[in-house]
Design a protein around this ligand. Structure first.
Ligand code: SF4
Length: 151
């Protein structure tokens, strides 16, 4: 079994900013065949649940890691350090289990591979954790709970 990270909310864990989850039945079924570790980078960073939703300003997750973009929540608070810490803790777990792949939820400013909650010309950029995992050579499979998926 190949080790893999999975966004906790996709497994039905109520860790989303609004206190809900983004359960995907196909992932729950397939999880039994995987050696996986659930991750919620925003919680790993020390943020509460529920919490104010966040947006990356002046760039995307790559820009956050490079130090020129910030993550600001809807209350106007700067939560950049929490997002960076959550990404680092997620990468730490990936290295412990030797994960080369991560199944992450779309749209999130932490997990998303194409999050709209950022400010870049294309309109969609990397979440902070997605950016760090990619830079470490981990492949990301982005999951949209709204769509029928095959993994
Ligand atoms: S998308 Fe990622 S950061 Fe957001 S609730 Fe799910 S696991 Fe946590």
């Amino acid at each position: 079994m190949l080790p893999v990270l999975i966004s906790s909310c996709l497994l039905g864990i109520k860790c989303r900013y609004d206190g809900g989850h983004s359960r995907v039945e196909e992932i729950i079924k397939r999880a039994k065949e995987m050696q996986f570790i659930p991750i919620c980078p925003e919680q790993f960073g020390g943020l509460p649940t529920p919490r104010a939703p966040s947006n990356i300003v002046k760039g995307d997750g790559k820009g956050v890691l490079a130090g020129h973009a910030r993550v600001i929540n809807s209350l106007g608070e700067d939560v950049t350090e929490a997002f960076i810490k959550g990404a680092q803790e997620s990468l730490k777990l990936a290295r412990i289990i030797g994960a080369k792949e991560a199944i992450l939820k779309n749209k999130s400013p932490a997990c998303g591979l194409n999050t709209p909650y950022c400010e870049i010309d294309t309109g969609h950029g990397l979440g902070v954790t997605a950016a760090l995992l990619l830079s470490a050579g981990i492949e990301i499979i982005e999951i949209s709970p709204e769509e029928k998926i095959t993994i």
